[in-house]
Design a protein around this ligand. Structure first.
Ligand code: IVH
Length: 722
């Protein structure tokens, strides 16, 4: 996860209504990065690190800022994207109809608000009769889209980023709840959407088998389902007992029913499993009764659910309601509250991250919370242990956390659990306040909390000052360097980094690329190491060689510069085009009076904090030294140059809305950007052009109100001459 910032303009922790425009801009960038990172951890790595509630809070803050500062909305920000881009390894499939996400309700009041909102939107007053809404369990698995043509399964795709998913067809064919051919009279094109999940019993059996074979076990059924579906070898998926519930659809050449419940009934007759607990309700009280009924019986179900989904039943009303950014206005997920349990805190361990952040981790007496065994919990930082919140306010009524304490653990969804309370009655008489180390446990250097010059407050995070001499920082940096969105070297993961570092084989990134040469000169002899045969060494060297030519944005991201996540690395690569141009600019930008500094800050999406972190990184001699060594081995490729000469949309801000038929959203965005336009997710005074497809709603209206030029998708193709 991204580490805390200490910048001056930074708006973190400031209420949305008090943010200045500059702080809001910074906050939107920071939130976009943090949300994207968490999306990636959740969707690609199946390993989320924050709770659903914290994730939702990030998104809510993002939306609130976007509402206050619509002109600052990022074209590729979180309100425009759903989930994470597809992971590599599988082919990609564009969803003809995007796969969206659901808004959340957390209590009965939120559900009443939802129904009220729907009625107001539709002007559906009580005199018009009942507004039917369905209620069904929210299955805790992963969504899948199945395309059938003339009744035969053509492909199966994961959600991915909502627009493009992974092609997992051969794996899906091994799931017995997914029919190869549909029964009865079915439309020519049918896309069934639903949830792949693993039943409790199957999950336990699978883990027992994995353990018996000496393998790693899955933390919960959702991870097991995701890990099993996204296997590159379908024989492995076939050996995993996956199941599927159908509950939604994408493209349909014909609609077999005009209600939600009717559609799901049809899916049943075509050969799909549908959830037997789905009910059609006519009042909010009925919906809530279904919710509480399902919640009470949750433990008796054979699969994990994390809430109840409500959907407006009539499809004509669904159509009128449409979507707000990434979720339908006609549906909402009513989430179950987080699960809690008490256990004893055995120890507090300090981990050192890539940028030297010291992160405390609670080592717990293992306890089952909501069916999952928990033995670690996050403690965030020093203040959190002391009972002090982000803005200096007391948390847990100011109670500190001590080794030996009985603590209340909360697990929401399948993320790292939190300690939410301490039972003081059970505190051992000899328990002492935790003393947070002021030296790094890995290298012994001083660990300090930097001060924010403007607020005068100390950063919540204590950092090791050891830099390169700190083995923990060095190995974490290397792990980042080889990680999936950076160099992505096959067969070179965390385990290899630790082992090679320990033996002095790879101390810095450049060493990875000289391994083979040193091996040849008998300096390292990988194949003599335990577990390394000639073939595994050869494979590793090949994987390393394959990365000697690397995309510029991956290269920039791999450097692990503070605040430069994947999104910022892409912006930089696109803005500078080549490594030399980027490097020269970063060096020149050290002088804040220079044009280079002004240009860096002018890049849309790059704020002062990021700019400052960049110039600081390039000003450090040891960073330059490592870069020189690395560049002797690898060649960053030129980024795709934007040739906007003669483009009719160069420099214009364009918004795409409604459904597009000739291209996917991603394609539209990429095409516009190639032509030198900036693509934004929302319409404001700064918008120059709106491309509206069928179903366009509020954005189209706003464009008309602001008298902004609106064209159709065909009009777009005519305009750009494609
Ligand atoms: S309806 C347009 N129904 O929840 C919305 N989703 O947060 C279509 N999910 O991506 C989704 N059970 O993976 C729907 N009964 C259910 C569901 C369900 C689980 C998941 C699905 C979706 C996510 C949204």
């Amino acid at each position: 996860m991204s580490e805390h910032a200490t910048g001056i303009e930074h708006g973190k922790g400031i209420p949305v209504e008090d943010l200045t425009a500059d702080q809001a801009r910074q906050e939107l960038v920071r939130l976009a990065e943090e949300i994207a990172e968490n999306d990636r951890l959740y969707h690609q790595d199946d390993a989320p690190v924050i709770s659903d509630a914290d994730y939702d809070a990030l998104r809510r803050r993002n939306l609130a800022i976007e509402e206050r500062f619509p002109e600052l909305v990022l074209g590729d920000g979180p309100s425009v994207q759903v989930g994470a881009a597809p992971a590599s390894g599988f082919g990609k499939i564009s969803h003809v109809v995007p796969m969206l996400s659901l808004d959340n309700a957390f209590n009965d009041e939120d559900v009443r608000d939802f129904v009220g909102r729907v009625r107001r939107f539709l002007k559906f007053d009580p005199l018009m009769g009942a507004l039917a809404v369905t209620a069904e369990p929210k299955i805790d698995g992963l969504s899948l889209s199945l395309r059938y043509e003339n009744g035969a399964l053509v492909y199966a795709a994961t959600r991915g980023d909502g627009t493009t998913g992974e092609n997992v067809t051969s794996n899906a064919r091994t799931i017995k709840d997914i029919p190869e051919t549909l029964e009865g009279d079915v439309p020519a094109v049918v896309e069934i959407r639903g949830e792949v999940y693993m039943a409790h019993k199957d999950f336990q059996d699978l883990n027992a088998r994995m353990e018996a074979n000496g393998g790693k076990v899955f933390a919960n059924p959702r991870n097991a389902a995701a890990g099993s579906l996204r296997q590159l070898k379908s024989e492995i998926t076939a050996s995993r007992p996956l199941r599927f519930f159908a509950y939604a659809w994408g493209e349909m050449s014909e609609m077999p029913s005009d209600t939600q419940a009717g559609m799901v009934d049809c899916f049943g007759t075509w050969g799909f499993k549908t959830n037997p607990l789905m009910k059609r309700c006519e009042t909010v009280d009925e919906l809530l009764a279904v919710y509480h009924g399902i919640e009470e019986n949750r433990a008796g179900l054979d699969y994990d659910i994390d809430g109840v989904v409500y959907k407006v039943d009539r499809l004509d009303l669904q159509e009128r309601l449409g979507f707000v950014s990434r979720s339908p206005r006609w549906a909402i997920a009513h989430k179950f509250p987080a699960e809690q349990a008490f256990t004893v805190l055995n120890d507090i361990e300090i981990q050192v991250g890539r940028t030297g952040a010291l992160t405390p981790v609670a080592k717990l007496e293992p306890i089952t919370v909501g069916g999952v065994v928990v033995s670690n919990a996050t403690l965030h930082n020093e203040d959190y242990i002391k009972g002090i919140g982000q803005d200096g306010e007391p948390i847990r009524d100011g109670k500190d956390i001590r080794v030996g304490d009985t603590v209340k653990i909360q697990r929401a969804g399948d993320v790292i659990p939190q300690i939410v309370d301490v039972d003081l009655d059970k505190r051992p008489a000899d328990a002492v306040m935790f003393e947070f180390p002021t030296v790094c446990p890995a290298c012994g250097s001083h660990a300090v909390r930097e001060e924010n010059e403007k607020t005068g407050r100390r950063d919540a995070v204590r950092r090791c000052t050891g830099g390169l001499i700190c083995p923990a920082q060095a190995t974490e940096k290397l792990k980042h360097f080889v990680s999936r969105n950076a160099f992505d070297i096959e067969g070179f993961g965390d385990k290899q980094v630790d082992a090679f570092y320990k033996d002095g084989l790879v101390m810095a990134p450049a060493d990875i690329f000289t391994l083979e040469e040193r091996d040849k000169r008998a300096l390292t002899k990988l194949r003599n190491r335990e577990g390394w045969g000639a073939l595994s060494a050869k494979n590793l060297f090949e994987a390393i060689t394959a990365r000697r030519n690397i995309d510029l944005h991956r290269f920039i991201f791999a450097l692990g510069i503070r605040h430069v996540g994947e999104g910022n690395a892409k912006l930089l690569a696109r803005a500078y085009g080549s490594w030399t141009a980027f490097y020269d600019a970063m060096t020149a930008a050290h002088d804040h009076e220079s044009d280079a500094w002004a240009e860096l800050n002018d890049i849309d999406g790059i704020g002062h904090i990021v700019a400052e972190a960049l110039v600081e990184f390039f000003a450090e001699d040891h960073n330059r030294g490592q870069l020189d060594a690395l560049l002797a081995e690898v060649t960053p490729q030129e980024a795709e140059k934007i040739d906007a000469s003669g483009s009719p949309v160069a420099g214009k801000t364009v918004v795409f809305t409604g459904s597009l038929e000739r291209m996917t959203r991603d394609e539209a965005k990429a095409m516009a950007e190639r032509l030198g336009a900036k693509v934004s997710g929302s319409v404001s005074k700064k918008t120059d052009l709106v491309v509206a497809g069928p179903g366009a709603g509020s954005k189209l209206k706003k464009a008309q109100d602001l008298q902004i030029e609106v064209i159709s998708e065909d009009g777009w193709f005519d305009l750009v001459g494609a």
